[in-house]
Ligand binder design. Structure first.
Ligand code: UD1
Length: 309
């Protein structure tokens, strides 16, 4: 079984990944400063070592990497909120870009040879470009500090892979949803906000006419893709969308969820958010060529999410 490092392992995606990898017998080290993640998200297991620490402590990260010689590294720690990045561009840069480059440098300069390093970027790199579906070779247009740093860090991984022959790979998450997604901010994933509104019977605001659509991908499909790209293939120096290839409108989500929960949602219609995009859908052909097949429909995903909470 492998030694695995997950930065951001107390967060939504990181903690779900940790849980799955523990079930498969791996030894997991988590570094998370709990700025977004929660301690209770971390699986209670002897296979987990947790450091409550920020990745911007470069000396700490280098020592951790050298001492442990991890076989697989998932770089998921980030200022994950676009709104936060607009408030704090420099701090976002320090976390989302600089800290990750220090990690890549620690790997390179110490001659470490992890079997795979995966960095998680975002569909945000495509910005408001109209081309649909969004393919990995589509034009990018990062328009927020968050998107700029995600895109730049992607390029560092690709470039390191090519220049130094390191097994680095990058993914772009689309709209991931599922258990443990934090609904606390108005900029949290819409399905987590909707779930909380359903649970508590509180008002759910639809920004715009609700006909905007997204490529909503359930967490278990995301984990399948992450495992495929790390344990299950020898791709490197490349970028992959993680999504389903299907779009669903917000109105459809609300209708489907009401049926599943057998409760009416208290919906209020609001003005659309400035800069909100109308349609976002990915092409996942590149990932499918490696054998990926998203399994969870929106209706199935919402059912699982509802059963979990
Ligand atoms: C996602 C990212 C965002 C990134 C963007 C670029 C998340 C949580 N957000 O935004 O950081 O910049 O992709 O691709 O992953 N909505 C409501 N009511 C709510 C909340 C949201 O109607 O309470 C609407 C939004 O206006 C939007 C849709 O739901 O039209 C989806 O919102 P959200 O989950 O924030 O995702 P993105 O807008 O795709």
């Amino acid at each position: 079984m492998s030694k695995v490092l997950i930065t951001g392992g107390a967060g939504f995606i990181g903690s779900n990944l940790a849980e799955r990898l523990i079930g498969e017998g791996h030894q997991i080290t988590i570094v998370d400063d709990l700025s977004m993640g929660l301690k209770e998200n971390i699986p209670d297991s002897k296979q987990v070592t947790f450091y409550e620490h920020s990745i911007i402590d470069h000396g700490f990260m280098e020592k951790l990497l050298v001492d442990n010689d991890f076989e697989y590294i998932f770089l998921l720690a980030a200022v994950a909120s676009v709104a936060d990045s607009i408030e704090r561009p420099l701090y976002t840069h320090e976390v989302n870009q600089e800290a990750n480059i220090y990690i890549l440098e620690a790997i390179r300069t110490n001659g470490l040879k992890p079997k795979k390093v995966l960095f998680s970027s975002s569909a945000a790199v495509y910005g408001n470009e109209q081309e649909l579906p969004k393919r990995e070779i589509s034009k990018v247009s990062p328009i927020t500090p968050y998107a700029i740093d995600e895109f730049a860090t992607e390029r560092y991984l690709v470039t390191y892979a090519n220049l130094y022959k390191l097994n680095f790979v990058t993914v772009r998450f689309f709209n991931v949803y599922g258990p443990r997604q934090n609904p606390k901010s108005p900029y949290s994933g819409v399905i987590s906000i909707l779930t909380e509104a359903l649970q508590k019977g509180t008002e759910f605001k639809i920004f715009g006419d609700g006909e905007q659509s997204r490529d909503f991908v359930y967490i278990s499909d995301v984990l399948d893709a992450l495992e495929l790209l790390t344990f299950g293939s020898n791709v490197k120096g490349d970028v992959f969308n993680i999504a389903t290839g299907h779009e669903t409108s917000l109105n459809q989500i609300v209708r489907t969820y009401q049926k599943i929960a057998q409760t009416d949602i208290n919906v209020s219609m609001q003005d659309a958010r400035t800069g909100d995009i109308k349609v976002s859908v990915a092409s996942v052909d590149k990932l499918k060529e490696l054998g990926y097949m998203p399994k969870i429909s929106v209706s199935e995903g919402l059912t699982r999410y509802w059963q979990y909470i």
